[in-house]
Design a protein around this ligand. Structure first.
Ligand code: ZN
Length: 467
């Protein structure tokens, strides 16, 4: 992955002052938020994020459960990077990234939660912002955000041919990010507490890091990315173990098979053949895998083949992932499966009442309705999704697509603007709102004006932060 920089931003970036010794600088929320928006935009525009609603909703559920243990209010957003490297990172303003490679490497949900808790602790302790806000004030936020994303995601290649100036700057940033042992130890310490409070096994953190370190020693393969930025020493593992000993191992979590299902979903490559199926699965997992292959069109569809999945949905009405898979398959064959579709629609209504903020249920439900040409119901459903929610990008993008297909240009531009706003892209939001205004009705024009005001305030913050 290349870090793309314009000549102007290179000059701006060159003004970066000393990157060290900034621990004493007061925390500036405006700068961190502006940097967070630029980082979020870079993440969405320059990297392969995984947008599978099941995968992201699963990670967000764990993330926000742990975040709910923190007394103070902080902004957190969780995203999944489609990348086989075992990695996770905490970016500016509470943006946390989990690589699909890490999800696949976790043995159980506690291990996955442990890494997420560790990254959350980096945020609560302001480890990143302590070092960045001074620089952000004086240089181009977009440049810093772009470099930060490259380094955190592990796509920054220090041996690649960069202009000399940028190579020097990036190395400084990379150095800065090699979290000090103090930061790592603090993130372990706070993270284990959060993990335990959220009802997970506090031993999982030490176990996971130790296992990764051992596996990377035994194999000729590369050291996992996460171990480069989070060096694992025997002392660190021992410390984690000691801290975990002091905490009660709670068992408040209901056991679930969510991680196994998500892992199967990530492993089902559309090109994979039958032989690559995971063997020796329990009955529900085997049924789920079989239906993943039907969804990927590796196995021809027939109503008889989805019977086991329909039974799973009936027996586990509160389980989101059985229903979302059924919805996806039915959306591919709406007419053949009309009776099954009717009962799936009822089940979706039930689940949406149960989990109103679950975008996986919402998006797959709307996809099935779209396959039945129920556009107006879809628009009403998507619009009823709370606009103050953290994750509106996919919901508004879908609304925009529907309006575009109906040649309703103003609404299509407007909802695309809202989607871009959610990922911090204030500049593009401003452009899209201008486009929306051209053909907007008077009512929509009023909404656009209010929103333009809100967006331009953020654009101003970005300007101020440069001085
Ligand atoms: Zn760390």
């Amino acid at each position: 992955m290349l870090v793309l920089l314009t000549p102007a931003s290179i000059i701006q970036a060159a003004k970066l002052p000393d990157l060290g010794s900034s621990d004493l600088i007061a925390y500036n929320i405006n700068v961190e938020q502006a940097l967070g928006r630029a980082f979020n935009t870079a993440l969405h525009t320059q990297y392969n994020l995984n947008y599978d609603p099941d995968v992201v909703s699963y990670i967000r559920k764990i993330g926000h459960e742990i975040v709910s243990q923190i007394g103070e209010r902080r902004s957190f957003k969780f995203y999944v990077v489609d990348d086989p490297n075992i990695n996770a990172f905490a970016g500016p303003n509470g943006i946390i990234g989990i690589h699909t490679g890490l999800i696949l490497a976790a043995k159980n949900e506690d291990e996955l939660a442990a890494v997420i808790a560790h990254e959350i602790a980096h945020v609560t302790q302001n480890h990143l912002s302590r070092g960045y806000e001074k620089n952000s004030k004086q240089s181009n936020l977009n440049t810093i955000a772009t470099l930060l994303a490259a380094v955190l995601i592990g796509m920054y290649d220090s041996s690649a041919v960069y202009p000399t100036l940028i190579a020097g700057l990036s190395l400084d940033i990379e150095q800065q990010l090699k979290n000090s042992r103090l930061h790592e130890s603090e993130a372990d310490h706070i993270g284990i507490q959060l993990l335990s409070q959220a009802g997970y096994n506090p031993h999982a953190m030490g176990d996971f890091f130790a296992r990764l370190a051992k596996e990377s020693q035994n194999s000729a393969s590369q050291i996992p990315e996460i171990l480069r930025s989070h060096p694992v020493t025997e002392r660190r593992i021992a410390e984690s173990e000691n801290r975990a000993q002091l905490l009660a191992v709670q068992s408040s979590k209901q056991p679930n098979n969510y991680l196994k299902l998500i892992q199967l979903k990530l492993k089902t490559d559309k090109k994979a053949n039958e032989q690559q199926r995971v063997q020796n699965l329990s009955k529900p997992l085997a049924c789920y895998q079989k239906n993943l292959h039907i969804l990927a069109r590796q196995t021809p569809f027939s109503l008889a083949k989805i019977e086991c999945l329909q039974t799973l949905v009936k027996q586990n009405p509160n389980h989101p992932f059985y229903t979302t898979l059924l919805l996806q398959i039915l959306a591919q064959h709406p007419t053949i499966a009309s009776k099954a579709t009717l009962s799936a629609l009822n089940q979706s209504d039930y689940l949406l009442d149960l989990y109103p903020n679950n975008t996986a249920v919402l998006l797959e439900y709307t996809n099935l309705l779209l396959s039945l040409k129920k556009d107006s119901k879809v628009i009403a459903l998507l619009k009823s999704y709370d606009e103050n929610q953290r994750y509106t990008y996919q919901v508004y993008k879908k609304l925009s697509e529907i309006y575009a297909s109906q040649q309703q240009t103003a609404d299509a531009y407007f909802f695309l603007a809202l989607a871009q706003f959610n990922i911090g892209n204030t500049k593009k939001t401003s452009y899209l709102l201008k486009q929306a205004k051209i053909t907007a009705t008077p009512t929509l024009k009023q909404r656009i004006a209010r929103f333009e005001h809100q967006n331009s305030n953020l654009l101003k913050t970005k300007e101020i932060s440069k001085h």
